[in-house]
Structures are given as C-alpha cells and as structure tokens.
Design a protein around this ligand. Structure first.
Ligand code: UGA
Length: 426
C-alpha cells in the first residue's frame, strides 16, 4: 500500500483517486473547489459516472480515500506519489494551456517529500514532463508521465480493465515504481521515456478521431450512393488489421478530449516543424459532419427553420454521461437556433445552460410535443424504447431524423417520415 495524493478532481482525477484506492492504496484527493470537496467528503459524486458513487461511499467509509482543499493537508499526508490531473484546456491558438498545471507544479515543488514522484496524468504536449523536471529545481523529486485512456461513461471499468498502462520517465526505476502501483491489474504495461508516453496519448486520441471522421465520411458517401453503411463498415472492420470497434457513424465526434487534443496535437506538430495534415483534415471533416446534420434537419423542416419547432433528443456528447463539453448535439442545436428554429430538448441526465430559443423538457415525449421535426442526436438506449405512436401523436408533423441510427426499423410504419443518417431516403 502506498500513500498517494491526487491533485485535480475532475473526471480523470476522481476516477484515478477512486481506482487507486480500490487497488489498495491510501489516497488523498485535492481540489481547489470547496463545494466539490465537501460533496465528495459526503460520498456524493459531482459527476454522473457509472459505478463511481457506489465505490466512493465504501472507500470513504473504510478510510482508504479522503478529500481536502488544503495543500497543507497534502503536505502533512507525506505522499510518495502525487498524481497531477488538472485540466489542460485549449488556448486561443488551439494549443494546450498549461497555466493551471504550471501553477500546481510550482506549489508542489515546495511541499513534495524527498524521493517522491510527480506523476503527470493531465494530457500535456510532448516535452512538458521534461520542462517540468527542469523547472522543478528538486533533484530529489522525480517526474513521470502516466497518460489516461478512460472513456466517460465507462471510466471505472476502463481504469480497472485497461487495454494497456503506459508510464514514461527518463529514469527506468522511477517508471517501475509507478507501474508497480498497478501491480494488481492484468494488462500490458509499457515503460517508455517521458516524450513517448506524452505522444502516445495524443497519437491515440487523434487516430481514433481520424477513424471516426473517416467513418462519418463513409456514412455520407453511403447515403449518396445507396450503399448500406452498416454492411460497408462491418465488411471493412472484419479485416483484422482494421477491427470492428469504434466505427459507429454519428453527427460528429465531441467531448472534452478529442476536439481539444486534436487541436493541441496539430499545434505542437507545427511547432516541431512536422505537421499532421491528416489530423487537420479530420477536424475539418468533423465540422462538415455537424453541418450535414443541420442541413438534413433544415431540409426535413421544409428548407426553412424560421418559426419551426425542432425537438432534440440527447444533448450530451454521447450516451451515459451528463457531459456537454464540445457536444456535437449542442453545436447542432445552436446552429438550428441561429437559423430561426425554436429547440425543445430532452436528455436523461445532461442539462445545458439557458440560451434564447432553447427549452429543456423532463421527458422524451414532452420534448417531442408540438415539434415539426424530431432529431435524435445522442445514442441513449431509452430513446429506442419510446412508443413511436405516442411520438407521432405528440408532434405537429411526425418527421424524424435519426443521427445515431438507434431507432428500431418498426418506427417507419408509425411516423410520417424518418431519415436515418448514412441511409438514402426512401
Ligand atoms: C476519449 C477516448 O476514447 C479515451 O480513450 C480517452 O481517454 C479520452 O477521450 C480522454 O482523452 O480523456 P471520451 O471522450 O470519453 O474518450 O469518449 P469516446 O467514447 O471516445 O467518444 C468520443 C466521441 O466520439 C463522442 O462524441 C462519441 O459519440 C463519438 N463516437 C465514438 C462515435 O461517433 N462513434 C463511435 O463509434 C465511437
């Protein structure tokens, strides 16, 4: 059992704190947000994440996990490992903004125990770990990189059953000490230098985003050419070199990671004089995918959205999360509103800040009430369970756009028209 502090309790930090405590370590989570810390102390999760709150309660009760908003408490805890999980948002140029990270590191430089390790879990541009090691000015404190590959919605499972664990350090013994924290987890463990570990994270996210852009472009081509997109993608994915996972077409990729990380990778690649045109094109293709859905909804509303009511099911960036950061659904909503539509939305857990022309309803059917077009923009399974007869009854004209391809085929017989993303209209 090791003493571990986790600094920054967002998605990554909180999952990491809970996961490390479940692995048997003594964990202290730190965040500057007082409200979040007191909520966590009471066993309540500030985010909607499957299994997180249940695990939290047990670990707090058994005293394996505690939370604080005081760095003095962190210092007194004398952690051997300090995981840094603060956010690295996008700055105006698209590059990663390291202001919060640098400020945290300078505070930790004064309190870190001799022989302790700062483990960078925040997603940082290649070269950051070495810069931190240089500026830390502590020969007795080490720096390692340990990127996370968690998906929102399945974060706890991804922590306990990862495809791989990557740890980078210029000192192999330091990397080994960090890897040993995960001894109980059966997964390939990769030990690299700092730069490789940092680049693995960006390369993986950019590759996945490119794959989705390609998927969405193939869906658009299928729609035009009367090919069956499911068969095309399945037939393609059966090639073992390609694989069938992560090939589901949709209204575009979003979330707190892909948009930010692809932009940051493009920026850092340019800085190194080694640009990544494929990633740049994937970003442009994603903007085009979002615009395609806006156009499809506009067409379904008769070509003009002025005074039209559009019902939207799902505003989160994907199902099983309440996260709306960089959500393609919300980008589509904003675009519809700017074209004169009134948007009435429903999401099982996500809420969006107030905006003119937008109202959030409490149930799927209330969301559909009086609408000219219903657009399904997030793949929440409960949407497929709603009765299409009741939807048709509630809407003004029962025209439906399924951008996630989740509504059962039987809907066709119950609504006046249904357009499915990736399929030629019948
Ligand atoms: C992503 C990566 O999948 C994680 O490995 C990584 O750790 C994480 O970013 C991060 O950097 O923190 P996440 O943003 O939670 O995880 O979401 P994904 O499940 O990857 O979905 C991203 C977007 O792609 C969503 O908008 C989703 O709807 C879309 N998507 C995903 C599709 O349209 N089709 C698919 O087949 C898969």
């Amino acid at each position: 059992m090791k003493q571990i502090a986790v600094v920054g309790l967002g998605y990554v930090g909180l999952t990491t704190a809970v996961g490390l405590a479940q692995l048997g370590h003594q964990v202290l989570g730190f965040d500057v947000d007082d409200a979040k810390v007191s909520k966590l102390g009471a066993g309540e999760s500030p985010i909607y994440e499957n299994g997180l709150e249940a695990a939290l309660e047990g670990l707090i009760h058994s005293k394996a996990l505690d939370f604080t908003n005081s760095l003095d408490v962190v210092e007194d805890f004398k952690p051997e490992f300090i995981f840094i999980c603060v956010s690295t948002p996008q700055d105006d140029s698209g590059a990663a903004d390291l202001t919060i990270l640098n400020s945290v590191v300078s505070q930790l430089a004064g309190i870190a125990e001799p022989n302790s390790i700062l483990v960078i879990k925040s997603t940082v541009p290649v070269g950051t770990g070495q810069t931190i090691a240089n500026t830390l000015n502590r020969t007795d404190v080490f720096v390692a990189s340990n990127p996370e590959f968690l998906r929102e919605g399945t974060a706890m499972k991804d922590f306990m059953e990862p495809d791989r664990i990557v740890v980078g350090s210029s000192n192999p013994e330091v990397a080994k000490r960090v890897l040993d924290l995960y001894e109980a987890i059966d997964a390939p463990k990769l030990q690299t230098n700092l730069e490789s570990s940092e680049l693995i994270k960006y390369a993986a996210n950019a590759y996945l985003a490119m794959r989705l852009s390609f998927t969405n472009d193939i869906a658009a081509l299928s729609e035009k050419s009367n090919a069956n997109v499911d068969q095309v993608l399945h037939g393609m994915g059966l090639d073992k070199r390609i694989g069938t996972a992560f090939l589901k077409p949709g209204p575009g990729w979003g979330g707190s990671c892909f948009p930010k990380d692809t932009n940051a990778l493009v920026a850092i690649a340019k800085e190194f004089g080694s640009p990544l045109p494929l990633v740049e094109t994937a970003i442009a293709s994603n903007n085009a995918a979002i615009a395609r859905s806006v156009n499809a909804i506009t067409e379904l509303a008769g070509g003009d959205l002025a005074n039209k009511k559009v019902a939207v099911w799902g505003i989160a960036f994907k199902a099983n999360t309440d996260d709306i950061r960089d959500s393609p659904a919300l980008k589509i909503v904003d675009s519809l509103i700017s074209k004169g539509a009134e948007v009435q939305a429903y999401d099982p857990v996500a809420v969006a800040p107030d905006r003119a022309g937008f109202v959030l309803k409490g149930t799927a059917l209330e969301g559909a009430a009086g609408a000219d077009v219903l657009a399904v923009l997030t793949e929440w399974p409960e949407f497929a369970e709603v009765s299409p007869d009741k939807v048709a009854e509630a809407m003004r004209t029962s025209v439906v756009y399924d951008a996630r391809r989740i509504l059962p085929k039987s809907w066709r017989a119950h609504v006046s028209f249904i357009k499915v993303l990736g399929e030629a209209s019948e």
